[in-house]
Structure formats: structure tokens, C-alpha cells
Design a protein around this ligand. Structure first.
Ligand code: ATP
Length: 261
């Protein structure tokens, strides 16, 4: 069985401070993970290590069979899609004026604007993403004119255009209305059948939908809990991670939380 991510005794220090400590974490084939933790708990730092943008101070990392220190990181990154809501509007200036369809197609290329090499297959793959993401009504519109929800769907479709083996969604629903948020969540079920492994970073526990199988709970740069979601998302662990008295209720396979003072 292929290991998607393996971290052994990983620590990462910056400015004389340990930001990640003793991370031992394994993502196996077929597992889809959510990453939870308070602001500043180390989620983004951990993702930066997965994508090779930060090198651990200590420990070993292997992602999609690429061992850090031996493997080519640019080659690894070709298999990783990354969509972050923080990048929405500063996202490639050159693509702001392109149509949704062209923005999606551009996801196939490392070099932006290499449109002469677009094949019929690329167009039909983009079209099927447009249909499954229900973007038909806006496919001819320019990216800059889209709503926040449409922009996010477009960027997720763009990331899938390159057939990533690992897709990282970093807080993809921030600022979306309930309907737009549920539309993004409905896409998760489609993404994991690609086949593609997902790392889903969120502050909203109810976004851990059916197709997400595992949860990593971070606290102050350490793993507080990691494993199957039913075992991690308990009242005790969430209360500890979020420093609040929390109760979890499961409804239709989704966890919802309430705070009891
Ligand atoms: N390059 C850096 N240099 C110094 N400190 C850093 C650096 N990157 C992150 N940190 C610090 O490490 C801690 C963890 O940050 P990180 O961004 O990983 O947290 P997070 O869980 O993603 O937070 P949020 O939920 O707010 O996005 C924070 O205290 C942050 O200030």
C-alpha cells in the first residue's frame, strides 16, 4: 500500500521558536484528512512542509513516495494541487481577465499562458469539470467578475485539471454563504473519487463531511490527536484543542458542535 504522507519526528523552528514539534503522522492510500486547530496551532506550517516550501529542522518527510532530501521537489509539486482562500484575489494577475473555462484549462500547465498546447482532451476534461462543478452558467465570464463561491469552485476545478494525487484545500469556505459553502462541500465527494487524496484545513467542524475519513488535531505545534474521525472528534479532545467546553453531535454522518459554558 502506497503511503501518501509520512512524517517521522518532524520539528520546525523559526526565529528561535519551535513551531512544529515531534510530528509523527501517516496518511495512507484511501484516507481523506481534515486538519483542525486554533489559529497559530501550526496548520499552515504543516502544509508548507508537505508541499516542500519549508524544510523541517529535524525529522523525515515522504510525500507521494518522494523522500525529502533525495527527491525533486518541483516534480513532487506537479502532483499536488493547492487551493487557498487567502490566494483568491491575488491569484495570478494574468488570469483575472481570462474566462472561467481558460482559467480551468490553464491548471494543466506549469507555465501560465501556454494555450497553444491545449488539446481536444484538455477541453473536454475542462468541460466535464465545469459540468460537475455546475459552472456552466459562468463558463464564458471573466474570472475577476465571479462571486466568491464561483471563484473557489473555479480554482478547485483548475487544480484538478492537472490530475493531482494530493489536493490541499486550505479554508476553502471562508466568507461563503451557507449555499455556496454546501456546494463546495458537495464537491469533496466528487474529488475523492478522482482518485485524489485530500487535505482539508478548516475551522468549521461541521465541514468534515462523509467522505473525509480522518482528522488531525493540532495544538501549539503538536499533534493532539490523529486518526479516524469518530475517534478524534470527541467532546474531550475538541474541548482541549479549542480550550472551550464543547459537545459534538453527529447528524447524517456530519459532526456539529455546541459550546456549553
Ligand atoms: N516563517 C515564520 N517565521 C516565524 N514564525 C512563523 C513563521 N510561519 C509561522 N510562524 C508562526 O508559527 C505559528 C503557527 O503558524 P501557522 O500559520 O502554521 O498557524 P495556523 O494553524 O495555520 O493558523 P491560522 O489558523 O491562523 O491560519 C504562529 O505563531 C506563527 O506566527
Amino acid at each position: 500500500m502506497t503511503v501518501i504522507i509520512r512524517m517521522r519526528d518532524v520539528s520546525w523552528a523559526r526565529g528561535g521558536r519551535m513551531i512544529l514539534r515531534d510530528i509523527n503522522w501517516e496518511v495512507k492510500e484511501g484516507e481523506q484528512w481534515a486538519i483542525l486547530g486554533l489559529n497559530g496551532s501550526g496548520k499552515t506550517s504543516l502544509l508548507n512542509i508537505v508541499t516542500g516550501y519549508q524544510y523541517p529542522t529535524r525529522g523525515e518527510v515522504e510525500v507521494l513516495g518522494y523522500r525529502f532530501g533525495q527527491a525533486s521537489l518541483p516534480e513532487l509539486r506537479r502532483h499536488i494541487g493547492f487551493v487557498s482562500s487567502a490566494l483568491l484575489d491575488q491569484f495570478h494577475d494574468t488570469l483575472q481577465t481570462e474566462t472561467v473555462e481558460d482559467v480551468i484549462i490553464s491548471g494543466k500547465f506549469a507555465t501560465i499562458g501556454l494555450y497553444d498546447a491545449v488539446t481536444e482532451d484538455d477541453r473536454s476534461k475542462a468541460q466535464s469539470l465545469i459540468e460537475s462543478f455546475r459552472l456552466e452558467a459562468v463558463q464564458e465570464k471573466r474570472y475577476a467578475t465571479l462571486s466568491q463561491g464561483e471563484k473557489r469552485k473555479t480554482l478547485i476545478a483548475r487544480a484538478l485539471m492537472a490530475n493531482p494525487k494530493l489536493l490541499i484545500l486550505d479554508e476553502p469556505t471562508v466568507g461563503l454563504d451557507l449555499l455556496a459553502r454546501e456546494e463546495i462541500l458537495a464537491l469533496i465527494g466528487q474529488i475523492v473519487t478522482q482518485p485524489c487524496h485530500l487535505l482539508y484545513v478548516t475551522h468549521y467542524i461541521e465541514e468534515i463531511v462523509d467522505s473525509i475519513t480522518h482528522v488531525l488535531l493540532l495544538q501549539d505545534g503538536r499533534i493532539l490527536a490523529a486518526g479516524q474521525k469518530e475517534e478524534v472528534l470527541t467532546d474531550e479532545r475538541l474541548s482541549e484543542a479549542f480550550r472551550l467546553p464543547i459537545r459534538v453531535h453527529w447528524e447524517d454522518g456530519r459532526p456539529w458542535v455546541s459550546v456549553h459554558r
